[in-house]
Ligand binder design. Structure first.
Ligand SMILES: [Fe+2]
Ligand SMILES: [Fe+2]
Length: 324
């Protein structure tokens, strides 16, 4: 029999003791991974609490779901499929993740325990580099003293010789062709965001690359400094987020004679971080049934959404009630 307390122990082991052991630890003085993040928009900050968010330690768990960003989709799916506990990677907040409802109300209704492990999970494994086909020989998790400004400089794996090899590796690993099959001309979805070469071409050779994440505060000045320090860098690889032309990082890369390639987007983190986390929990607790909640957002033009009846319903409501 697996209890919520067993899962908390496992998450603490997986993260080398980074989880909160009890509510008294709720202080970033005691736990470096209790971190409040804010864009300085009043009322919108949230604090990460690695470990158990809701549920009793002695609750029994037979089925556990691992998800990235918790939403009303997850809790309704969990309730309907007999999930007793959810481990979310991205931090959760009251009246946010569950479509504006309180976490406790919804979780208690379906008797579900909730855990989160975000920054506490980061930096534990080299999966992201491996997926993109390189082995880092330099890494910095706060370059230029900017927390989260992660930089890897890596040598490509023996089988990776060109930019095209990186794209093929990503397409195969992420099984992108099967996702693409779901698309028609009008629909796009978030799991079909392929890698893309912005400077160079599929046959451009790559041996030493700098792997950065444009949303973390990495600047073209940082790039210039690092290329000076590591002159054998031939390629800039961005993942999680990407840049769109024109962009200072692209301009600087061109000036320095570097290739530029966009790898996986954030939407693939369920593969990069979620599945290894789920597998690690399974390795500790083989008797636990584990499912992955995989998200995929589809973009459909308003003129094509749903059925004619639904579109007429929307027109009626809009005209009769949503205009002054
Ligand atoms: Fe993430
Ligand atoms: Fe993450």
């Amino acid at each position: 029999m697996v209890l919520v307390s067993d899962i908390l122990d496992v998450l603490d082991n997986i993260t080398n003791g980074r989880c909160l052991k009890n509510s008294g630890d709720f202080s970033s003085n005691k736990n470096h991974y209790v971190v409040t993040k804010s864009s300085n928009i009043p009322g919108k900050a949230v604090t990460e609490l690695p470990g158990l968010i809701s549920g009793n330690l002695d609750m029994e768990v037979e089925k556990l779901a691992v998800t990235m960003t918790l939403s009303e989709h997850d809790i309704e799916l969990a309730g309907a499929t007999g999930v007793d506990a959810i481990v979310a990677h991205h931090p959760v907040a009251d009246a946010c993740n569950f479509g504006g409802l309180l976490l406790k109300d919804y979780l208690n209704l379906y008797n579900i325990a909730l855990f989160e492990v975000h920054e506490a999970l980061h930096g534990l494994h080299p999966g992201m580099s491996w997926i993109h086909g390189h082995v880092p020989y330099y890494s910095n998790f706060s370059y230029d003293n900017i927390p989260g400004n992660v930089v890897y400089i890596g040598k490509t794996l023996p089988e990776i010789k060109t930019l095209g090899d990186i794209l093929n590796r990503l397409n195969n690993l992420m099984d992108l062709d099967s996702h693409t099959c779901l698309l028609n001309d009008n629909e796009k979805n978030s799991l079909c965001l392929r890698g893309e070469i912005l400077l160079g071409n599929e046959s451009s050779s790559v041996k030493n690359l700098i792997h950065i994440f444009p949303h973390t505060g990495f600047t073209s000045k940082h790039l210039e400094e690092l290329v000076l320090k590591f002159p054998n860098i031939d390629t800039v690889l961005v993942s999680f987020s990407r840049v769109f032309s024109p962009h200072p990082l692209l301009e600087k890369s061109k000036e320095l004679g570097l290739n530029f390639i966009c790898g996986n987007s954030h939407t693939f983190e369920i593969f990069e971080n979620g599945i290894p986390l789920a597998q690690a929990i399974k390795d500790y607790l083989p008797e636990l049934e584990i499912v992955i909640f995989k998200e995929n957002v589809t973009s459909i033009p308003l003129e094509n959404i749903s059925t004619v009846k639904m579109r007429n319903y929307a027109k009626y409501i809009s005209k009769k009630y949503l205009h002054k």
